[in-house]
Structure formats: C-alpha cells, structure tokens
Design a binder for this molecule. Sequence first.
Ligand code: SIN
Length: 530
Amino acid sequence: MSLGGVGRIAICGYRRILASHLPHVQRITLQFSRQMSTEMQSVASRLQSSGLLRTQGLIGGKWTNAYDGKTLEVNNPATGEIIAEVACMGRKETNDAISSAFDAYKSWSKLTAAERSKRLRKWYDLLMAHQEELGQLITLEQGKPLKEAMGEVGYGASFIEFFAEEAKRVYGDIIPPTLPDRRLFVLKQPVGVVGAITPWNFPLAMITRKVGPALACGCTVVIKPSELTPLTALAAAELALQAGIPPGAVNVVMGNAPDIGDALLASPQVRKITFTGSTAVGKKLMAGAAGTVKRVSLELGGNAPCIVFDDADLDVAIKGTLAAKFRNSGQTCVCANRVLVQEGIYDKFADAFSKAVQNLKVGDGFREGVVQGPLINEAAVNKVETFLQDAVSKGAKVLLGGKRHSLGMTFYEPTIISDVNSEMLLSREEVFGPVAPLLRFKTEEEAIHMANDTNAGLAAYIFTNNVQRTWRVSEALEYGLVGVNEGIISTEVAPFGGIKQSGLGREGSKYGMDEYLEIKYVCLGDMNRN
Ligand code: SIN
C-alpha cells in the first residue's frame, strides 16, 4: 500500500553529494555560510556549537547518511531560507532501523523498570537543560514564536518525565480462580518495536508523547518525523543517546515518506504504529497495518467547536477562545475550528474578540512580541484562502483580516469571519490556520447538535457559568477532550485522543501506557500437588 500522503512527499536531491566526503560538522558550516542571512547564521552557529544540529538519520546508534547520498532541504517558513540539508532516506534505511530496534528490544525490554526510568529521567533533564536551543530549532524549522516553542519543549519534556515515573507502575493482576487447583495471573508486557510517525506542528512534543511511554514500557522505536521539521527530532534523539538510552532503542529515519511508511507497515517485526496527522493518512495506515495485524494508535484531525453561551463570562470566553484558536497560528488538531456563539452575546462577543485578535502581533518567531508566526508552507495558505473564498461566496462576512499578511511569505492575517453556517467548508473541515469562523445559535440543544454534526471528535470547548449546563453539555458532546472555561487543556497527566474519525487510543497520562502494553493471561494448574 502506498502512503503518498504521509506528510509532504519528500523531494530528495543530490545537491550535497560533492561534500559527502567532508567531516559532518564541516558540511553543515558550508551550508550555513552559503544559504543563510547573517541573523540566521548566528542562531544556527549557536545551535551547531551545542552539538544539537544533526542532519543524518539515526540507525542503531550511528548517525547515517542516506545510502544513495540523497538529501532533503529543510526551510525556515518565516524566510524561505534553507536551514539544512538532511539525509533523505527510504525503504532500505527503514528496514535497517527496524532491525536495529528489534535487536535493541531484546535487552531494553529486559532492563528493570527502575533502570529504564532512570535513563528516561536523564533524557528529561537533558531536554530541559537544552530548552533554549531546542526552542530555537523549533522556531527555525516550524515557525512558531520562540516563547511558544520554548513552551513546547517544556510540554514535550514533561511526557518523558511523566513516563519515567509511570515506567515503575506497570502492574499486573491476580484473578481469583474458578477451580481450587488453579492460580490466574495477568502480566503486562511491551508490545515490541514501534513505528512512530509524527507531524510538523509539534516537532518535539508529538515525538515525546509517543516515545516516552513506548520506552517506559520496554518497547523500542523507529521514528519518522515530518520531512518539514526533522531537525528537532534529530536533536532530541541525540539527547536520548547522551542520556544512556542504548543504541537501537531510538532510531530516526526521514525522507521518502511513502517508502518509509510502507516499510514500517510491511515489517512483521514492527508490532505497533502510532501516528499523529491527517485523517486521510491515518485511514491508509490503519488499512496498511491490517496486513500484519499491527496495533495502531491514531491522533487524527479535529473540527473543534468552541461554544460560548449567553451566560459566559465574556473576558474568560475571549481569553479562552483566543488561546484555543490562535495557538500555533491555528495549526493544531485541537484548535477551535468553529466558534458557536449564542445569539444574546453574539454581537458583544464578536466586537470584543475582534479587538483582542487585532492586537496579535504577526511576524518572524524570533522577533520580540510576535505571537503569530507563519503558516508552515504555501499549501497551507492556499487551503486557508480556498476556505475563506468558499465562505464569502456563500454569504459569510470578514470582520477582521481575511488576506495574506503584508510581510509576504506564508504569513496570514489573523482573521474573524461571521455569519458562517454549516454548509461552508470552514465548518465542515479543519482550516488549520488563523481563521476564527463565528456561527450563531439559539438554544443549548441546537449548539450540541451543531457541535456534534461532524465526523471528527477530538476537542471541544464550552464557555458558561452554569454548573448544570457544564455537566449536561460535556456529557452530550461527542469528543475525546472537553475544555470548560479554558482554551488550553493539553497536559501530560491527562488522556489526549479523539473519538469518531479523530482517532483511536489515548496519549499522555496513565492511559497512554496501555497503548504500548500487551496483556498476557497465565494460568497455573496442578497447584494441589506438593
Ligand atoms: C496536536 O495538535 O496534535 C497536539 C496538540 C496538543 O498536544 O495540544
């Protein structure tokens, strides 16, 4: 099965092959001086001196070029500059990474939980010790503002800390037997080798949320980061090695996404696929995993409703909606996609929300005060434009923004659009950009119906001061996560995941461990013999 849609289809080239005989660091320096502005060079050279700027894949503990020497350019979405050229890998490298993970599994899974926990804790310490450099790397390749990027490092690292602790709490069960000469046990054992396919919108946190519990349970992993943001993944893997996570336990391959995806699916040694990304690709992975009956965890697209009731505290609703909508410039699966506002508060809300949104500073994530970075690429902007045109052609009104930002590149103006209805693309699909569509409703029942009228079921938000309504609506919403009077609800201690076509399984929290554990029942017979 071809996975043409796994992230961007990588365009591998041979541009760096001439330099491939030079030592690794020298090659990176050459790239910087050729391609980058002075400002970017200074960020890049700081990163380089920290030893965290890696451009090769990681297979069996060795930094490795693509076997055919192909490379892939990584761009800064804020400037279009080429940051680095990384190994563009495919099927062969993935198969070797799987073999390394399979070998490492034999010893990693046999370590005591306490020993695995210690190394994960060390990894957490290193991630936090390098919070600034990792944040810079995220801003450089993904575009989010530096403060938000540093926040992602803290958030991402928290999964490693949390699962370092959970490693020690993988308890089994003893079941009262049905026959007197029997004893019944339940053991929990690691699934085995895990293929982790991660997106560009959280280059670190979506890796740690998968790899943390996998390693804690005794699994080993082959990570395929997005080709748009591989540098953070490689830096995190370097720190995992420094933390004493043994060679082969964490492997990273990136490049030709369909080939890598197909190799992970085809291998009987890979026992689980965990994926965060689009629903379309998730469905292909789920179908592909059937060939070898692998387990799958899928964190797929959302279509989050954010419901503001007449009885909401306006300031709380504005603050929460702002955070839920404009975090990462609207590029998260849990971003508010539809803002449903009750008719009594609609005009007041639209007015106050517009005032708040027009203060959001757009720009390069390294600039002071910027809270809205660029969108990831041109395709993302085109999608936003198509959705906007569709809505306007069907009668919606732009209250604020509504066009590309004067900064050019992939910057888009934070936008509010009113009079949106359920026929428009903006309400049917995830816009994944800084556009807040306002929809009007009359009653609680109508709001619940509108909110649930989608195939997605990841996150929903409600703003109300009525306690009974809080319970009623939270129970009625067909979503995996519900925020009440709060726009940012993700945390390592709570289960993250969707229902309906938003996915399968949960990440984070004690429930996140179950995704990487098999349950084994052991029946001991003949117990009455002395
Ligand atoms: C996502 O968008 O996939 C993750 C967002 C989060 O962890 O809050």
